[in-house]
Design a protein around this ligand. Structure first.
Ligand code: HEM
Length: 417
């Protein structure tokens, strides 16, 4: 019995309602689920021009995983893994099990094909997005394990070291990544768990991250959520409905190099610890100065409402700029970075607490851009960000995200053609 089959028994007609997503804009259709809140039972197309999980309205939960490919795997083995992952992802995102009858098809001699914990749950808006890290093309020893080094995107390099970086090897890098987003954490975790299981002996988990409470909107239909500093996050994001901005800032173009990455993007992941105990002792006015926006409405300090453009020239009674020189929004804005923008899609995290009784909390920053240079430019500009006193970048990774997958193909197929 498939997950959808089980739902059918309960008469959940809305389960698995398909919402176009991978194709781009116009996808923000909220479906009221029989068992949950809005979008609980939405299922997004797995196939399309672009991979889902980028412009798809940001779901509430994340399980992100970076993998290392086994040294014993050859090119055919890697292609086999990508094909198996693609098949499974196409099913999981539609609310189905890994295989037909997967969780009930085991026997005394074989474990079930699907681990089972999502049985009876709807698709929950699950998207699965795959990425290829620099070390897939050339490992640390410079070895071209899969005969793809010549097709490596020139821009796909480990990120440079940034001022203040306190990166830990255990949250850095990876040959492959999978971003699983869903409105139900159990569904996102089930996806990563089963994809890891499928990879057994071929690729293993290097590091992973759970996230909650999206810290961005990727569609104008969504309200702006808040990060753990309590500020609205995602106001000035590139959104699904802005096709021109997506083409200019997010999607790799057929004219860009290499051609196999057309319709794809570059994903940057940064695990950013927030020292929230110190932040919580900062006065409201000072917090707002550091961000450059009001805490309540999220309006720029230069005036207007949430979506008003900040006026960086505006000055106050003392002659000082209303958007402080070291404010995050000023330094991150396109005006400070030669017009550069990106699509942010991060999540909050709380990984328990440290030995001093402080929450091990922060923002798992994810951004999609047409070139890694966009992230590098903005992150360098943020070197003088006043927020840095309360932030520590502890993890980092970059991946090339292939374009959309056509039915019958596997992710990244043009790379191996
Ligand atoms: C905007 C918070 C890290 C890039 C914002 C805003 C907030 C915020 C509150 C204003 C609302 C909005 O437009 O979304 C944070 C926090 C961070 C963080 C708490 C770390 C924990 C980063 C990083 C980058 C970045 C690492 C990229 C290198 C941006 C950009 C904007 C923005 C591009 C939009 C600026 C604009 O066009 O007005 N961030 N951010 N942020 N942030 Fe961050």
């Amino acid at each position: 019995i498939s997950r959808r089959g089980i739902l059918g028994l309960f008469g959940a007609g809305a389960a698995g309602a398909v919402v176009g997503a991978a194709g781009g804009a116009g996808t923000a259709v909220a479906v009221t689920g029989a068992f949950g809140g809005p979008e609980a039972s939405a299922a997004y197309d797995f196939h399309g021009t672009h991979q889902a999980g980028i412009t798809t309205p940001a779901q509430d939960r994340l399980h992100f995983a970076a993998f290392d490919v086994s040294d014993s795997l050859d090119r055919a083995g890697l292609v086999g893994l990508l094909a198996d992952w693609t098949d499974a992802a196409a099913r999981l995102t539609q609310g189905l099990e890994v295989e037909e009858g997967g969780a009930v098809g085991g026997s005394d001699h074989a474990p079930p094909a699907d681990t089972g914990e999502a049985l009876g749950l709807p698709a929950a808006g699950l998207t699965i997005t795959f990425g290829f890290g620099p070390t897939l093309f050339e490992d640390a020893a410079g070895v071209d394990r899969f005969g793809i080094a010549a097709r490596r995107p020139p821009a796909l390099q480990a990120l440079p070291r940034f001022q203040g970086d306190a990166l830990k090897a255990e949250w850095t890098g990876g040959d492959l990544c999978i971003q699983a987003c869903a409105d139900d954490p159990q569904v996102a975790v089930h996806a990563i768990r089963n994809l890891s299981r499928i990879a057994f002996g071929r690729a293993s988990l290097r590091w992973s991250q759970l996230g909650f409470g999206r810290t961005s909107s990727t569609s104008t239909s969504q309200s702006t959520p808040r990060n753990l500093f309590g500020f609205k996050d995602g106001t000035a994001n590139v959104k699904a409905e802005d096709g021109e901005a997506l083409a200019e800032h997010v999607w790799v173009d057929a004219a860009d190099e290499p051609a196999w990455l057309a319709g794809g993007s570059y994903l940057v992941a940064r695990k950013i610890r927030m020292v929230i105990e110190n932040w919580d002792r900062v006065q409201l006015g000072e917090q707002e100065q550091l961000v450059g926006r009001s805490k309540g409405e999220g309006a720029p300090l230069s005036g207007g409402t949430e979506f008003a453009e900040p006026d960086f020239e505006a000055t106050g009674a003392t002659g000082a700029p209303l958007m402080a020189a070291t404010s995050h929004v000023r330094l991150a804005h396109a005006a400070s970075n030669g017009g550069v923008r990106m699509l942010r899609r991060g999540y909050n995290f709380v990984d328990g607490n440290d030995q001093l009784g402080r929450l091990d909390a922060g923002l798992f920053f994810l951004s999609f851009q047409r070139s890694p240079e966009q992230f590098v430019t903005v992150q360098r500009s943020l070197a003088s960000d006043g927020l840095n006193e309360y932030l520590k970048h502890v993890g980092s990774a970059i991946f090339a995200v292939p374009g959309g997958i056509r039915p019958g193909e596997h992710v990244g197929q043009p790379l191996f053609a």
